[in-house]
Design a protein around this ligand. Sequence first.
Ligand code: GAL
Length: 644
Amino acid sequence: MPLGVCYYPEHWPQTWWADDAKQMQALGLEYVRIGEFAWALMEPAAGQYDWVWLDQAIETLASQGLNIVLGTPTATPPAWLTHNQPDLMRIDAQGRRLGHGGRRQACLVNPQYIEYSRQIVTAMAERYGQHPAVAAWQIDNEIGNHGSARCYCEHCAAAFRQWLIQRYGDLAGLNEAWGTAFWSQTYSDWQQIPLPNVPVGGGHNPSLVLDYRRFASDQQVAYCAMQAEILRQHSPNRTILTNIAPGDDEINWFDMAQQVDTIAWDNYPHGFPDWQAVAMYHDHIRGLKRQPFWVMEQQPGQINWTPTNPPVPPNQVRLWSYQDAAHGAANVLYFRWRACWLGQEQYHSGLRDHANRPARGSTEARIVANEWQQHGQPEAAPRKVALLVSYDDHWAQQLDPHAQGWNYWQLLRTIHRTLTSYGVGVDIVQRGTPLAAYQLAIAVAPMLDNPAETAGWREWVQAGGTLICTPRSLTKRRDNRTAPDGFPSGLTDLFGADVAEWSALDPAKPWAVKFGETSHTAPLWMEVLNVSHANSLATWSKSYAKGQAAITAATYGKGLAVLMGCYPTEEILGDLLPRLWPAAQRLPNEIERIELTDGVLWFNHGEQAQSVKLQGTWHDRLSGEQCSGDCSIESLGIRWLKPL
Ligand code: GAL
């Protein structure tokens, strides 16, 4: 059974550890993560290690048959290090040097910090790498969290210039790629190139800023790779992973995921606006490696860091655990074992409360453990629909949104949410992923051109795929300079249409589009499409563009290429989707439907009982009932149905 918990033995009297381990085992937990913030206890003074307590903790947990996930402690350097070498600390975008006290203060580009990290990771790996109870390693903790991926210290400035030399070879190449003829930006020495937190009038060159963001991401990825290499060497056959905090978008997680065996994320649904956003992150994380992932930290009850920190109603933790599994989580660890008496997170709940009584979350974890022991773990069926995303596109649009309110992640969320509300399961994958496994792909504002990739799209459409491109498709080169031909650059023949005119829209003055007689508000962005050999699926119905194409579809080989000139709101996409994907059917609000390899999981995320319409007769594994026709699902209830 793949459930577990995050535990901090160093927060509790040692006399409690044995009982804690017993209780974990009794609850049906199999994994326990420890160690990830305990550098100061492992190495109380430079080069002097104290493993006694950690040996004891590991033995105590192992004696109950628990598998240990050992965290490397590099998110929290000890005070002897930060105090003696303040230059290891990051400099933020405002130019301020960080100090000791929280976490993620150190610059992961600083060669000395890298060396100190190497030493502690090597020491840990040498000591515990072959321990039979150590099943996995978590590298660091939430690399990039707290806005830590972009640093502006002198080491980063030097490393950025080296990165640019690698990328462009010579200054002529860089000047061409960045278009430095604009505003007299031509560089004649690498040392002249600034970091983009230097104050300037009129903003920095968008090509420079995008490259800095790529550079900063690459450094975080390299730091993770450095630790992975040490762990692989000293701890063979253990799963090496790192955990992601959702919303940390300064790192290209597709790149990061390549450094580890498995990727993990920390799922706190109360940190999201709604359950659909949780579903989206699950699909994003699964798409990073297109493999099962771990939920390394699952919210177990109320938390301490949202603006409101509301209560968690009964059955919610069980439902979250099922949602994790149905989206592809292989393992789910709750955060944390017991609510803490110390430090910054005293208001955070755990599976046990402050007085060491079992909290409601632990009762539900027990139920999940029992149910999965009895029925196995739900396993998601492969998805046929892909959302194509890219951090480069996100960063380039973030630094130049152009339209007030334009937000790449919001766009992705809107599209994903629409698909979810029509019961269409999706993979969120990186642009460039081969599409053979998919029948429908929606490219999310694929702004930066990549000719090799678009050639792949062309072949895939020709072979029968349906491709949808949103506004802002292929309008720029990879270096963030505008493409010199019509948009979508290089693919106007595939779409049988091109962008005749485009603009941001004033939030107070949205346009509208019409499918047949149905009209929908179309905010944010307009592209008036010039049709050569496509069908117009929707037209602009307001403004001077009235009657001109807003969405087109062109057959190409055996497939279809759909170009959206309007922003895909839920209404617009909801109208378009069933025309292209007949299985799409609007579900009742708050209902999620996930296809499994051997059935379907239905979730009611709402506060009221609801019914869903079933075709055929099904067996509910959880209740043992037979279901057909209108099938009721209680509030926060789950139906795990197998066809009969
Ligand atoms: C996570 C973090 C944990 C803990 C938790 C509290 O982001 O990895 O260390 O801070 O949040 O919810």
